[in-house]
Design a protein around this ligand. Sequence first.
Ligand code: MG
Length: 360
Amino acid sequence: MATCAVIVVAAGRGTRAGGPLPKQYHEVGGETVLRRTLRLFAEHSDIHTIQVVIHPDDHARFASAAAGLEKVRPPVAGGRERQDSVRAGLEALAGEAPDLVLVHDAARPFVTHALISRAVEAAAAHGAAVPVTGVTDTIKVVDALGTVASTPVRATLRAVQTPQAFRYDMLRAAHDAAQAGGIAGLTDDAAVMEWLTDVRTGTGFDVHAFGPGDHVMLGGLAIPFDKGLDGHSDADVGLHALTDAVLGALCDGDIGAHFPPSDPQWKGATSDRFLVFALDKVRARGGIVAHLDLTLICEAPKIGPHRDAIRARISEITGVALGRISVKATTTERLGFTGRREGIAAMASATIRLPEEDLL
Ligand code: MG
């Protein structure tokens, strides 16, 4: 069982709620907002330690809010920006070095135990997790003069809340790197992690020769044709090239190393499993696939009429959004083995985003 701490950020002076007190010290239902927040985490069995970051003027208010609650460590003073305050909390936990850390805003006292559990579980599995809600307003991006620059598609937008959950070592390294790099003003911890993302590109290439048959598998789709493709598996050159591109981006060998043609268990295998295997490796390292681009090279069959169906099939296999998948086709002007209609070649590139290597 992973050890888990929570940093409760309570250093803000926010007085939007009215009155002379910062909002985390207002009373809700007979207790302060901060006490209610701390109590919810103290009562949760996944949480082992609570580190509160307060304003230096608030020691007495904090003492009263935290009185008698278990798991709450002595508070540390926050900095000028939220980012500085979280960093102070992470440093205070260095001796304990928990496996996971949650970061929560003190002024969100209605977090549920179920949400805390899901954040912990998702961070344990994926390295990081943030709770989000759909956006009901239409959002505009404006320039410095207030002129509308664009209107993002609302279905692609999410409003981010807390608690945000991370592997402690990764978040601490990300905050330290942001500090060293002079990156300031990031308003949530996921943004600190995103800033440190390592973008990588891999390429893949594959060829299979025509043989007897009545269809070819291309990008996971069966395309009727007067020949088939020879190969140990289903000979899907498109998925093989994509698999190698993803493995290349990971610096993790190639399809032949993971699925040797000498191994009888891959005989006749459908190639979607090879690509899913590579995608699972990206996700296991806390990464995402940003883009896949496949080029199929042959004189026949004609790819154009099947292009969108192949894209949709690759999206279905990988779980990568359709708008991040490209399929193109070309001939070689009747030159070379593809020009002589002896087989089909495929080349692919994959762009992935991983947590920075030195964090792992
Ligand atoms: Mg192959």
